[in-house]
Write a protein that binds this ligand. Structure first.
Ligand code: SF4
Length: 304
């Protein structure tokens, strides 16, 4: 059984198929034109001082960053692009909330385009685990405090940080690009590709939310990763369909069971936390039951 310690992986989380991505090529070759021909986002580069790309380390973030940098290069605005990874911290037991190596993938892709990369964590919460304990209930479809407090707020603070750095003497104007896709859910399908972000505060920042890959289906995401030799997390090869948190209450049951096989230490800690909180991890599905299902057919590879 291979094992990966929570903070220091001994099994590479980066797909070996993408260990040596080629240097970016912004010439108009066929594959790149194919990507552009399907891009429908109308985004005003001239209106922005900076465009921050939120990168979780997942596949949609990777294609989002690829799309943003390609469009920025065409617009002569690559210097405006920055990549932000929001660090969700660790549990008291020392397990990373996110998949180990996710931040490294985001960093590596930023380096590929030569754009600044930053990792930031909430100034209020030491980790998503601490936020969950304080809330007293696990996140859910109608309680996405995890993303609002540990990602959106962190993105807002980072935009303010860049605004101070640019010394504009006026509110910073920023694009905030995320890898959400319409195909993922009915809620996401209804989202506008470009819209004014609710983090806008006219005296401080004016932010346009931008979803550059909103129109892409999953197969196009993967073909882009393959065609552009983008690095991607090995968790996808291990059967996971989504990344970010290793165990997410919003994930499908099968994904949770597979993740519990891969992350038994974190799953056990969440089960203990669940017992203390007295709230099941996901609706009527407890982490204890997820672990039972995982143990019925354990995976050969475990990460923690
Ligand atoms: S992966 Fe799930 S738990 Fe983690 S921030 Fe996203 S919605 Fe919240």
């Amino acid at each position: 059984m291979a094992s990966i310690s929570p903070a220091n992986s001994t099994v590479s989380p980066v797909s070996t198929a993408a260990v040596s991505p080629p240097a970016p090529c912004f010439s108009r070759c066929g594959g790149q034109l194919a990507l552009f021909s399907t891009a429908r986002a109308e985004f005003d580069w001239d209106a922005q001082d900076v465009v921050v790309v939120g990168h979780s380390g997942g596949k949609d973030s990777s294609v989002c960053l690829e799309t943003v940098c390609r469009q920025a290069n065409s617009a002569g605005a690559l210097h405006k692009v920055r990549v932000l990874h929001c660090d969700l911290g660790s549990t008291p037991g020392g397990y990373l909330i996110e998949w180990p190596g996710a931040a490294a993938i985001a960093r590596r892709q930023a380096e590929r385009y030569g754009v600044p990369f930053a990792i930031r964590r909430s100034s209020r919460w030491t980790s998503l685990y601490a936020r969950i304990l304080a809330h007293g209930k696990w996140p859910g479809f109608f309680a996405r405090y995890c993303t609002s407090d540990l990602k959106t707020t962190v993105g807002r603070d980072y935009i303010d940080e860049v605004g101070r750095e640019l010394n504009l003497r006026r509110p910073v104007r920023a694009g905030y690009a995320l890898g959400m896709r319409a195909e993922e859910s009915a809620l996401r399908a209804r989202k506008e590709v470009v819209t004014r972000h609710r983090m806008t505060a006219r005296s401080k920042r004016i932010v346009d939310a931008w979803l550059p890959v909103h129109h892409l289906d999953e197969s196009t995401v993967w073909s882009t990763i393959r065609d552009q030799a983008l690095p991607y997390h090995a968790a996808y090869d291990w059967g996971m369909r989504r990344l970010s948190c290793r165990l997410c209450p919003l994930a499908a049951r099968n994904d949770l069971v597979q993740s519990a096989r891969l992350n038994p230490g974190l799953a056990a800690e969440y089960a203990r936390t669940e017992a203390i909180m007295g709230k099941p991890f996901k609706g009527n599905l407890s982490m204890a039951r997820i672990i039972e299902a995982a143990n019925e057919a354990p995976d050969e590879l475990s990460i923690s």
